[in-house]
Design a protein around this ligand. Structure first.
Ligand SMILES: Cc1cc2nc3c(=O)[nH]c(=O)nc-3n(C[C@H](O)[C@H](O)[C@H](O)COP(=O)(O)OP(=O)(O)OC[C@H]3O[C@@H](n4cnc5c(N)ncnc54)[C@H](O)[C@@H]3O)c2cc1C
Length: 308
């Protein structure tokens, strides 16, 4: 029987407290003594513990660092230099399987820098039997990575489009790429419904969207500003895609790897006899090495990427 992560962890004694946000940490004697949390109704509480792992996105963690914490671990202050940007998902639920490719598709040249993946082909069982109301056969999952460039339908950036306009514009940009050889790979009547990440919210008064969940971006030189999972505060550890790991890109793998590093550091600091979690190195496909060398040469010579 399949069990969710939540069920597995609950079975191991983990207690989840949903709906609470960390607001600040208390420090005394060089250690964290408690975390202050608030729920959606404004109720406040203090969490006392021996060990703390801050596992929130970089832009949420930075405001939590107090003067005392920055004095004890100056590298936390460097996190202010780290950059986030908008990358947001929209899903299209389709009435027939549309296996555009067995993997990710990058729509090179699309104004909103779109990428997509058709999910049904990778998921176990019949999609229609397992998900939705039985009328949907595939999910075309799309990432929008450029929110500042005007589109082709409304001539506005994604930041300036309502959710309906975003859904229509992205659909049209993908069709322009896929249907350009005469064959209608993606048809309007394939579309049953769509779902935009609810972190993006339309502010009608401002004529713009806001985004609750931007993504950490590795900018040039950002390694120097990224912290390790172990901090100079002996009972505070960090996990998240911005934390230094061998998997040097904001992904689920890097977030996962940082959590493993945080747990390993915590077990060591606590003199625990428990075995540390396994840790992994980034696999660099050797067959891509010649292309990486060419790219490095071009970069040194000030030339653009071959695909740019
Ligand atoms: C559109 C999009 C597509 C992506 N596609 C892929 C992909 O295909 N493959 C891949 O590997 N990666 C992908 N990523 C990247 C990946 O999702 C992230 O890098 C990863 O989820 C980061 O994990 P994290 O644990 O650092 O942060 P999150 O997953 O953001 O988790 C942080 C948690 O902290 C909580 N939190 C925030 N503030 C507080 C607070 N004050 N107190 C308590 N809790 C708080 C949040 O609610 C959240 O649950 C994608 C990202 C985006 C935006």
């Amino acid at each position: 029987m399949e069990r969710s992560w939540a069920q597995l962890l609950t079975g191991l004694g983990v207690r989840f407290e949903m709906g609470w946000s960390a607001e600040s940490f208390d420090m005394a004697g060089g250690r964290i003594t408690g975390a202050r949390v608030v729920d959606g109704a404004g109720n406040r509480a203090r969490v006392d513990a021996d060990w703390f792992i801050a596992a929130m996105p970089v832009e949420r963690a930075v405001p939590l660092w107090s003067r005392a914490m920055l004095d004890a671990e100056p590298r936390l202050g460097l996190m202010r230099n780290l950059v986030t940007d908008w990358m947001v998902g929209i899903q299209y639920f389709l009435r027939r399987p549309v296996p555009i490719a067995r993997g990710h598709v990058a729509y090179l040249g699309s104004p909103w820098a779109l990428t997509s993946i058709c999910q049904a082909q990778f998921w176990r069982g019949e999609f229609a039997d397992r998900y939705g109301d039985g009328t949907v056969d595939d999910c075309l999952s799309v990432d929008i990575s450029d929110w500042g460039t005007p589109g082709i339908l409304y001539r506005r950036s994604a930041k300036e489009c309502t959710p309906d306009e975003i859904a229509r514009e992205v659909w049209v940009q993908i069709q322009a790429c896929l249907n350009d050889t005469g064959e209608a790979v993606l048809r309007d009547d394939d579309l049953a419904s769509w779902f935009l990440d609810p972190g993006v919210r339309w502010n009608a008064a401002a004529g713009r969207n806001t985004n609750d969940t931007p993504l950490f971006i590795n900018t040039v030189g950002s390694w120097a500003d990224r912290p390790d999972a172990r901090t100079a505060i002996p009972n505070l550890f960090l996990a998240g895609d911005y934390v230094r790991t061998d998997i040097d890109l904001a992904t689920m793998e890097s977030a996962n790897e940082s959590a493993r590093s945080a747990v390993a550091a915590l077990l060591e600091a606590a003199d625990s006899p428990a075995a540390p979690p396994a840790r992994y190195r980034l696999h660099e496909p050797p067959e891509l090495e010649p292309m990486r060398l060419i790219d490095a040469e071009r970069h040194r010579a000030g030339l653009p990427h071959l695909l740019a």
